[in-house]
Design a protein around this ligand. Structure first.
Ligand code: BGC
Length: 732
């Protein structure tokens, strides 16, 4: 529709109709759909339902076509509904969780994953996905770290932009594309104590410098929607934060699309103690710039009276309704209200071989080899027994895969039985995933417990471990132990799994752990007992195949940690790009009292950001700079030569970090500013170069200006965030 026609439409709409556009109803109003928050009594009338702008969590071409047809027929202006859903790491073909996708350091693979998710979801009738989540995460206690791509602003920005490009392409109207909703604006990834929905305290500089850049990348990539976060920031909940949306998001960051609240967040303004009643909540949220109210009764039941009382200018309603209509128009819904909803396409696309293949490739790229002594890996073939609750587990998808079917998931056990080299491998669960006294709640119901008799299961595992040359232990956290509302105060593995580890280690010293889960955990016992550890995260539909291929060396691990593994929970929040302090401490934790350190644990994480091994080895030349001085208008080149010194082909991820040695405010000890993946054959060398420009050196100075300051900088080129391979230059 032309913009002039859309304007005309808006002008013709009644106040009630315009308010209706600002309302998103939960899918269960149509007896369908997943509830991702508490289901409140919205107390809506038939008339309210008749005028709604959007539904959340309804899927399926047939259902959506029918609902859209009926809805439009009865709507006074036949305005189509928007269908939105959480397509986070895939729709039916599930890719690895976002935290694992971050570990690929491969924006093309991530973009492709989003494009496939969009293609499947579009065929199933979805118009908008609530992804990417660009929240910066530094605290593994927070269950939603699995939905982030990790602890680094730069990496997160690259990944968020890649996802937006994947979902939307160059135009979300096109076939197989959907609009992206960036979330959760802003700072949701830093809740106090790691407890979900908790208050967030960030200095203005930390917000601007560490948290906003990834959101900015997604905005710059053209995401059409932004979601307001649940949390308070400087004591103001986002849904009430006029400064955040009108000043920061729209004016400073240049976002012009639609803003939606999070689930029931407008109603929650009452619990926050920000609004005395629902009427107040409606006023505050609309004033803040929240265009659409997700699943609360606040806008529907209050905006009309507020306009009639003269408290809310109708222009505010028009402004928000315009944004909703504009989004519908950008998606082409006025011409094609079903967009790509098509049952035949659903049959052809969902879980297609090509989609499964891409999911498997992405999973393989996301695996991080944390340890590999005595060449435990790769396996030759049939020398290992496979033990642990994750051997047969179909729960490889991550908590957000609410539209996927676990029956489509290839378990490790199924993959072993299909592979000629491992089809005879002995397997045993050994124990359940969770301790029986720790029941886990899923999104909608308690998770069924594995029905194992503990002693029998353990004895069976020990007996097959005894006679095997090596044992692959498939351990980890249950997928429902991460995700929304799944924060934890203890990051160790369930007790039953640690007991299994002990029992197996007592009879076999050649242990390889494949670690599943949605967050970095405290894995000190694994590091101690296992000779090899492969972090496989929650790898999705093709997880089993990806794991078996990797263990057999058909795929060589190349993933790098997007979030560090803390030494223990006492270190979190922890991140590599911290400030130095006035008393940096690098020594043994018992020597010297007055350094910045703990008395009982090291400062360093167990495995740092950017870390990951390969079945081959790489050497780095010293860093070469094209010049040791640079002007603000100029640039310089930093290069390094990488050699594959091992015996098999492999991919190295060269990481570029910068450090500003003296500035008007303290600067992080290093910051990732670039990365490059290089595939090398054994013996092959390649020069990898990065261009350093002045904009990479900018920060918010003492007066909050985004500038660079002359002085000395260090540049690091190496395999992870602890590399000491560096050179120095001066910015004039
Ligand atoms: C989550 C969002 C999600 C929304 C819709 C909320 O509870 O915080 O991330 O997109 O539900 O399902």
């Amino acid at each position: 529709m032309k913009e002039t026609e859309l304007r005309l439409l808006l002008r013709e709409m009644s106040l009630e109709e315009k308010i209706g556009q600002l309302v998103q109803l939960p899918g269960y109003f149509q007896h369908e759909g997943a509830a991702t928050g508490p289901a409140g009594d919205m107390g809506l009338t038939q008339e309210d339902l008749r005028l709604a702008g959007s539904y959340l969590s309804i899927i399926g071409a047939e259902k959506i076509r029918k609902l859209q047809t009926e809805f439009m027929a009865q709507h006074p202006h036949h305005i189509p509904l928007l269908f939105m859903a959480d397509i986070i790491n895939g729709y039916r073909t599930v890719f690895p969780i976002p935290l694992a996708q971050g570990c690929t350091f491969d924006t093309e693979a991530v973009q492709e994953g989003a494009a496939i998710a969009a293609r499947e979801a579009a065929a199933a009738g979805i118009h908008v996905t609530f992804s990417p989540m660009a929240d910066l995460v530094r605290d593994a206690r927070w269950g939603r770290v699995m939905e982030s791509t990790g602890e680094d602003p730069y990496l997160n920005g690259q990944m968020a932009a890649a996802m937006v490009r994947g979902y939307q392409g160059d135009n979300p109207k096109k076939k197989g594309k959907i609009a992206a909703c960036l979330k959760h604006f802003a700072g949701y990834g830093a809740p106090e104590g790691g407890r979900d929905y908790n208050n967030v305290e960030l200095s203005p500089r930390t917000l601007l410098e560490d948290h906003l850049p990834a959101y900015q990348e997604a905005v710059d990539a053209g995401c059409e929607v932004v979601m307001a976060s649940f949390n308070t920031l400087d004591r103001v909940p986002s849904a009430a934060n006029e400064w955040l949306f009108r000043e920061v998001l729209r004016k400073k960051m240049g976002f012009s699309g639609m803003v939606i609240s999070d689930w029931n967040a407008l109603q929650e303004l009452l619990a926050h103690g920000i609004a005395a009643d629902q009427r107040e909540a409606a006023f505050i949220a609309l004033r803040a710039g929240v265009d659409m109210d997700m699943t609360s009764p606040i806008y529907t039941r209050n905006l009309k009276q507020l306009v009639e009382e003269g408290r809310v200018p109708e222009a505010w309603i028009d402004e928000s309704a315009w944004r909703v209509l504009t989004l519908k128009n950008k998606l082409g819904l006025f011409e094609r209200p079903f967009k790509d909803a098509d049952e035949e396409d659903e049959k052809a696309l969902l879980l297609s071989d090509a989609h499964r293949q891409a999911a498997r490739d992405c999973a393989e790229k996301s695996f991080v080899l944390l340890k590999n002594e005595e060449q435990m890996l790769p396996l030759q073939g049939d020398e290992a027994a496979f033990i642990g609750p994750y051997v047969g587990s179909p729960y490889l998808n991550g908590a957000w895969s609410i539209f996927a079917d676990d029956q489509d998931t290839v378990t490790v056990k199924a993959a072993l039985s299909r592979h000629p080299k491992t089809k005879k491998a002995p397997t045993a669960p050994g124990c359940p995933i969770n301790d029986p006294d720790q029941p886990v709640m899923g999104f909608q119901q308690p998770v069924a417990q594995d029905n194992l008799e503990p002693e029998t299961a353990l004895n069976e595992a020990v007996s097959i471990a005894k006679s095997a040359q090596k044992v692959v232990l498939c351990l980890g956290e249950h997928r429902e132990c991460t995700g929304e509302a799944a924060s934890r105060g203890d990051l160790t593995l369930p007790k039953c799994q640690l007991r299994l580890l002990e029992a197996v280690a007592a009879v076999n010293e050649n242990i390889i752990v494949v670690l599943f889960g949605g967050r970095p955990m405290d894995i000190r016992p694994l590091k101690e007992k296992a000779k090899a550890i492969l972090a496989a995260w929650l790898p999705g539909t093709e997880g089993g195949n990806a794991v078996v291929r990797t263990l057999l060396g058909e795929s060589n691990p190349s993933g790098r940690l997007s979030m560090c593994f803390p030494y223990c929970v006492g270190q979190v929040p922890i991140h590599y790009n911290h400030l130095n302090t006035g008393r940096p401490y690098h020594g043994d934790c018992h020597a010297g009292r007055f350094g910045s350190k703990y008395q009982d644990i090291p400062n360093e994480p167990l495995y740092p950001f950017g870390f990951g091994l390969s079945y081959t080895a790489f050497s780095y030349s010293p860093v070469r700079l094209s010049a040791d001085r640079m002007t603000k208008q100029g640039s310089l080149t930093a290069s390094v030569t990488i050699t594959n010194t091992g015996t098999c082909p492999g991919t190295e991820t060269v990481q570029l970090y910068l450090r500003d040695l003296a500035a008007s405010v303290a600067r992080p000890v290093r910051m990732l500013k670039g990365f490059r993946k290089v595939a090398l054959a054994p013996g092959e060398s390649r020069e990898v170069s990065f261009t350093v420009t002045e904009d990479m050196l900018r920060f918010y100075d003492l007066s909050m200006r985004y500038v660079s300051e002359p002085g000395d900088f260090e540049i690091f080129l190496g395999p992870d965030s602890q590399t000491q391979n560096k050179a120095r230059f001066t910015l004039e």
